[in-house]
Design a protein around this ligand. Structure first.
Ligand SMILES: [Zn+2]
Length: 305
């Protein structure tokens, strides 16, 4: 992995400008939204944009998300579906001559509502021409990886099959280690069921397909509510993003950090927001983004691949 790259003075000036920006936190939205209807099969609506009704459902469900932010995100139907048939939406931002690819995932756990909201706010920041990076970056956002869990009443961690998607990735010796983890370590806690076999779930397969096809140089997975930063894989981890400080808490069988970072050698930054129901202040969300870009500028160079 590449070593330090200096941030140009212009970027530093931009970062300073951002530090001055501040806005108020919005009250959390009560999770009373009815789930959107299952969409038609992949061939019928592949690459269609998210509709106003779908954004309305997300706005009702998620804290600190308003219609303009959702509509401007221009989420596109990937063609892939959750267990219950909901579209898995993505948003790509691809500047000319971008060589670095970054995959950002929100709400792999459906009850971590703030993680999806922060992904929407980061999409807006990725479009902000004031915030630049030395290397143009091709971003791919998946703000809601687990829509079935997110729209469950009440929202729940697992997908519609009751699987903890962040234990379902095909890490080495998954059959043995995931069974030990579930039976002994978490004593069959249903919130942490790894599933019947590795990569049994469509949402997990979707992430795996992104890793194969999109070939991200970095994966950022947003969670809540532990209020820390975790890191798996090569490179020097970021010491902090905003007020979240690095605290590497170990690895789990079938987790994305274990699979992507340790097994596949793709750095995985795991952001654990401090509250699952409320987003950080917008200024803090922005500071996390700025710190992420700063770390990427220093640690991810064009010669990574
Ligand atoms: Zn989580």
């Amino acid at each position: 992995m590449h070593t330090a790259r200096l941030i140009p003075a212009t970027l530093a000036a931009c970062l300073a400008l951002l530090l001055a920006a501040c806005s108020e936190r919005s009250p959390p939205t009560a999770p009373t939204a009815p789930p959107p209807q299952a969409a038609p099969g992949p061939s019928a609506s592949s690459s269609a944009l998210a509709t106003e009704a779908e954004c309305q459902a997300l706005v009702r469900r998620l804290p600190n998300l308003r219609m303009p932010l959702c509509m401007q995100a221009q989420l596109r139907d990937s063609g892939e579906r959750s267990v219950k048939g909901l579209p898995l939406y993505t948003r790509d931002l691809q500047p000319e001559s971008s060589k670095l690819r970054v995959l950002v995932l929100g709400a792999i756990h459906g009850d971590e509502l703030s993680s999806a909201s922060v992904a929407f706010h980061w999409i807006a920041l990725a479009r902000d021409p004031v915030i630049t990076t030395p290397q143009p970056i091709h971003w791919r956002f998946v703000p809601v990886l687990n829509p079935d869990g997110l729209f469950h009443q009440p929202p729940r961690r697992m997908n519609a099959n009751g699987v903890d998607l962040n234990r379902n990735f095909p890490t080495p010796n998954w059959e043995r280690d995931a069974a030990i983890y579930w039976n002994e370590r978490v004593r069959k806690d249903p919130r942490r069921w790894p599933g019947p076999k590795a990569m049994s779930e469509p949402e997990t397969k979707f992430v795996h397909a992104q890793m194969v096809d999109f070939k991200p140089d970095l994966i950022v997975s947003i969670h809540a509510p532990y209020g820390v930063l975790d890191f798996d894989g090569p490179s020097v981890p970021p010491s902090k993003l905003g007020r979240l400080y690095l605290d590497q808490v170990g690895i789990f069988p079938g987790s994305l950090g274990n699979y992507g970072g340790v097994h596949k050698g793709v750095p995985v930054v795991t952001v654990e927001l401090p509250n699952a129901m409320r987003t950080p202040l917008d200024s803090e969300t922005r500071q996390m983004w700025v710190d992420l870009l700063r770390w990427m500028s220093e640690r991810l160079g064009p010669s990574v691949r």
